[in-house]
Design a binder for this molecule. Structure first.
Ligand code: DQA
Length: 165
């Protein structure tokens, strides 16, 4: 079974009350429930985590190698600032989908640039919480098309995708 890690960045713990006209009414626990439901339908395993700390997100990405086959990340404001998160994704080389609730390209100029996009398989922005479900589907299809999952690498072997880069 494919194992996907979903990471939510800073301030996304406030979803539901945070600027609802931009980010919608759905809380993060409810978004995570809908992700888990869709993952069940797709037959993949997911784990979702949120952090307000850049270094914690970097550590979770590093630790994903060997335990997950792919990554879905909404880096929130770190999208536009974090070379560290970009480098972590490049280092583990896990297929990654970048998600944004809002359409960052329609918003302030400083949100138009993503440090993450260049190391992601793709980016989904502007569809609200549905974006996470689209990302699940897209990443599952991408991983299935690229062959059987790398299986547990708790044995310390290199991830199949990582060794390709
Ligand atoms: C966001 C967009 C970012 O620009 C912003 O800093 C966020 C959320 C989104 O999901 O639309 O915190 O990633």
């Amino acid at each position: 079974m494919l194992r996907l890690l979903v990471l939510h960045g800073p301030n996304l713990n406030l979803l539901g009350t945070r600027e609802p006209s931009v980010y919608g009414q759905m809380s993060l626990p409810d978004i995570n429930k809908s992700i888990a439901r869709r993952a069940g339908e797709l037959g993949v395993a997911v784990q979702s985590k949120q952090s307000n700390l850049e270094g914690e997100l970097v550590t979770w990405i590093q630790n994903a190698l060997g335990h997950f086959d792919g990554l879905i990340i909404n880096p929130a404001a770190y999208t536009h600032t974090s070379i560290a998160i970009r480098d972590a994704i490049a280092a583990v080389a896990l297929p990654t989908v970048e998600v944004h609730l809002s359409n960052i390209h329609q918003r302030e100029e400083f949100r138009h640039h993503s440090f993450i996009a260049a190391v992601a398989v793709g980016q989904i922005a502007g569809f609200g919480p549905t974006g996470y479900l689209l990302a699940l589907e897209a990443l599952t299809a991408h991983l299935e098309a690229s062959g059987p999952p790398s299986r547990s690498r708790a044995d310390g072997k290199k991830n199949r995708t990582a060794s390709r880069r």
